[in-house]
Design a protein around this ligand. Structure first.
Ligand SMILES: NC(=O)c1ccc[n+]([C@@H]2O[C@H](COP(=O)([O-])OP(=O)(O)OC[C@H]3O[C@@H](n4cnc5c(N)ncnc54)[C@H](OP(=O)(O)O)[C@@H]3O)[C@@H](O)[C@H]2O)c1
Length: 79
């Protein structure tokens, strides 16, 4: 949420950083299940279809990858 590149893109589209991330996931083909207990976030998390990220913006977001994980690596998962 604090990432400057995402904040700049969000301001350009008059959207939140969360909406930019969700739109990036949608446009790049990731299956996303946004979950919130807050009605205003549930609504805004679905309000993604009145703007499109440019190829340049997609590339900018792609370059933010720090190759870190928040869960198991599916290629090396030991049952
Ligand atoms: N993670 C998995 O591996 C996995 C696998 C299978 C199924 N699922 C299902 O997928 C759903 C999501 O799972 P999860 O692990 O990603 O959920 P999570 O981490 O438990 O919850 C998502 C978090 O994102 C926050 N959030 C949602 N919208 C936001 C917004 N617009 N801005 C800022 N923060 C926001 C939520 O806070 P607030 O609620 O306070 O808004 C919550 O803290 C769940 O129903 C889960 O059962 C997950």
């Amino acid at each position: 949420m604090q990432e400057q590149a995402l904040q700049t893109i969000a301001e350009h589209h008059n959207k939140s950083v969360a909406q930019i991330v969700l739109r990036w996931q949608f446009q790049t083909g990731w299956a996303t299940i946004p979950k919130s207990i807050r009605p205003e976030r549930i609504q805004s998390n679905a309000d993604l279809f009145d703007f499109t990220l440019t190829d340049e913006e997609i590339t900018t977001i792609n370059t933010l990858d720090q190759h870190k994980r928040v869960g198991p690596d599916p290629d090396n998962f030991n049952f």
